[in-house]
Write a new protein. Structure first.
Length: 320
């Protein structure tokens, strides 16, 4: 009798389980997040809304893209190190910040020996094509000044959305990647510039953006000092609002933008602890609040007339 097996169940549910622990240092990936979430995490609070299996698989998919790019850089002979430990030491008014950069790229490309390497031979065909293209590009390069790289994978809809592209048509990247992780790595290493590699999950397109320490260090320092103040003085930060105004969500009826649920709350592992609601109930509640506020600011004839009347009343009151 044949043994019947099915891999899908264990594959889809397999995930790393990390128990919360009290700590006195920050992770680079926490910089820029909601203060209350980080405060709970520092104090070892157990998540009331842990990451579900699907979201965990999205993170795992991101790790697989990171691994892929590392292998290409390694075979091309320019991967000097990976999982590079970066620690910004604690000061009088700042906690230490710990992180690991994905790659350190640089040095003398090893182009001539690529085809003979076992690592190249063991790559799948489509990655061999990538390696050969990189090798041709690097053929006349004598030396690359080493630089830190962080790899992020992005949903293709976000990757190609017009609002997320810069004036040259490149993906702009996200502030928390630049101000949080990359700035931590640059401060820890005493360097001025690093790069973020963004990969579109659906079509494997890669775009890179440079991150300049001087552009983000002041904001980084302000955030770390504020979080340190909360932690050392045992002050629980205020929770964020349920809805926020997004100026990028502009349209015909909302030329300045519109309100939307605050996803710092919606995606928080402490959502229920913070709001007293289960996730679905909060989503319904925040969605209703956003709709109500958007009705007030919608650019319609009746709202314009109402605003005109309010401005006229205010002007008359000021004259009086």
């Amino acid at each position: 009798m044949k043994n019947e097996i099915s891999i899908s169940g264990v594959w889809n549910s397999a995930k790393e389980l990390r128990e919360p622990k009290v700590r006195d240092y920050l992770y680079a990936s926490e910089i820029g997040r909601a203060y209350l979430d980080v405060y709970y995490s520092l104090n070892g609070e157990k998540a009331t809304n842990p990451i579900d299996d699907r979201v965990q698989r999205i993170f795992d998919a991101g790790s697989s893209f990171e691994w892929m790019i590392k292998r290409v850089m390694s075979v091309a002979g320019v991967l000097q190190d990976e999982e590079v430990e970066c620690i910004v030491p604690a000061t009088k008014d700042m906690m230490s910040v710990h992180g690991r950069a994905d790659m350190l790229i640089g040095g003398k490309p090893n182009v001539k020996s690529i085809a003979d390497s076992d690592e190249f031979k063991n790559l799948p065909y489509f990655l061999k094509v990538k390696v050969q293209a990189v090798a041709e590009y690097l053929a006349d390069v004598e030396y690359i000044e080493p630089f830190i790289v962080e790899v992020k994978s992005v949903n293709s809809n976000a990757f190609w959305a017009h609002k997320n592209l810069d004036e040259n048509g490149y993906f702009k990247g996200y502030e928390h990647h630049k101000m949080g992780q990359m700035t931590t790595y640059l401060i820890a290493r005493g360097e001025d510039v690093g790069r973020l590699f963004y990969v579109s999950r659906d079509d494997l397109c890669l775009m890179e953006t440079s991150v300049f320490r001087k552009q983000w260090e002041a904001k980084w320092t302000e955030w770390v000092k504020k979080m340190t103040h909360y932690y050392t003085n045992k002050i629980e930060p205020e929770r964020e609002p349920d809805i926020v105004f997004n100026s990028e969500k502009s349209s015909k009826f909302y030329p300045e933008g519109k309100y939307e649920p605050n996803w710092n709350i919606g995606r928080s592992p402490y959502l229920t602890k913070i709001t007293g609601m289960e996730k679905e109930a909060w989503e319904n509640y925040a969605g209703r609040l956003a709709r109500e506020e958007n009705e007030k600011i919608k650019d319609t004839k009746s709202n314009r007339s109402k605003n005109d009347r309010e401005m006229a009343t205010q002007a008359n009151n000021e004259k009086a």
